[in-house]
Write a protein that binds this ligand. Structure first.
Ligand SMILES: [Ca+2]
Length: 189
């Protein structure tokens, strides 16, 4: 029944929730979250990076914010249908950001989603250090966008989805690129 309700909400465009012992619990959470923006919290860390978002398409992990940090372009964070929203990558400690490499979402095999216009903002706490607007192409045309920023002292990167392709926005990967000197290791003694 819960699965049926989820299908009525999302039609045939969205993959079903994961099978297994947690499937019923996650389906129940989806029903509770229908039509609502859900503040999504994630525990995924990648070299001091942590993702949080204003919401996601469903509450199961398939479309969770940490999918932009897992290094796999096949996994995606997806927003609710036809909705603006944001995803933050928290950086601990703060660091010099040379560029961002974004991989757009595509929601394969349906290819009906992706971010279009975005606003990127670099923060030190609540203080914005840099902001710029860009446009991504649909993933089927080109999946990556490199944005040169060269900003020091960044502890949070926000990508706000202003508009989208198809059913809604999302991203597959956000890679924070640092200057070579920032990642160079001290020689072994
Ligand atoms: Ca991913």
């Amino acid at each position: 029944m819960l699965t049926l309700l989820a299908r009525l909400r999302y039609g045939a465009r969205v993959a079903p929730p994961p099978r297994g012992p947690l499937a019923i619990t996650r389906s129940a959470l989806v029903v509770m979250a229908l039509g609502a923006g859900v503040l999504a919290l994630d525990g995924c860390e990648r070299r001091g990076q942590h993702a949080m978002a204003s919401g996601q398409l469903a509450v199961w992990e398939t479309y969770a914010p940490f999918r932009v940090l897992d290094g796999n372009p096949a996994t995606e964070w997806l927003l609710l249908d036809a909705s603006q929203g944001w995803i933050d990558v928290h950086l601990t400690p703060a660091r010099h950001v040379r560029a961002l490499r974004l991989v757009n979402a595509g929601n394969p095999p349906w290819r009906d989603r992706g971010a279009k216009r975005i606003t990127i903002t670099m923060f030190d706490g609540d203080h914005p250090l840099w902001s710029g607007r860009r446009q991504l192409l649909p993933r089927i045309q080109r999946r990556t966008l490199d944005v040169e920023v060269d900003v020091e002292g960044v502890d949070r990167v926000r990508v706000h989805i202003d508009s989208w392709y198809g059913e809604g926005g999302g991203l597959a990967e956000i890679t924070v690129l640092e200057p070579p000197s920032a990642t160079r290791q001290a020689p072994a003694r």
